[in-house]
Design a protein around this ligand. Structure first.
Ligand code: MG
Length: 159
């Protein structure tokens, strides 16, 4: 009998003019980007929290504190790879993940496939085990006003 674990993650980053925007490890062409200690990849951060949630290992802030200069400006793909080490060390592998990004603009449709394949490489799964979805919030709330981006992620692991 296989053992399964499920976890969810949520993250928010504020947007500011002139900063780079990375989502799921892919640079997005945009005049605004994320305010952050790392590269601000809010989607990877939510996914890290989903995987950590599977293992009941706390959250990304516990493992990579934003008070530490070690993580300043870090490529979030490295954080996800470090979380994957924790997953694999315990004998688990990723089953599938599902990521929902709420962002008013820009439109993310042209980037979705590259996002999925980038994450699949780090998670060591096929691209069809990685879902990335994007939605606006119909101009409602802080996301709709273009002040920030919210991401929800779910992960399933098995061993
Ligand atoms: Mg974050």
């Amino acid at each position: 009998m296989k053992d399964f674990r499920i976890g969810n993650g949520y993250d928010v980053h504020a947007l500011r003019e002139g900063l780079p925007m990375f989502l799921c490890g892919v640079q997005i062409e945009s005049h605004v980007g994320f305010v952050a200690h790392s590269d601000g990849d809010v989607a990877i951060h939510a996914l890290c929290d989903a995987l950590l949630g599977c293992l009941a290992l706390g959250d990304i802030g516990k493992h990579f504190p934003d008070s530490s200069p070690r993580w300043k400006g870090i490529d979030s793909k490295k954080l996800l790879a470090a979380v994957m080490t924790l997953v694999k060390e315990r004998g688990w592998k990723v089953g599938n993940v599902d990521v929902t990004i709420a962002l008013q603009q820009p439109k993310l449709a042209p980037y979705i496939l590259e996002m999925r394949s980038t994450l699949a490489g780090i998670l060591e799964v096929e691209v069809d085990a990685v879902s990335v979805k994007a939605t606006t919030t119909e101009h409602l709330g802080f996301t709709g006003r273009g002040e920030g981006c919210q991401v929800w992620a779910t992960a399933l692991i098995s061993r």
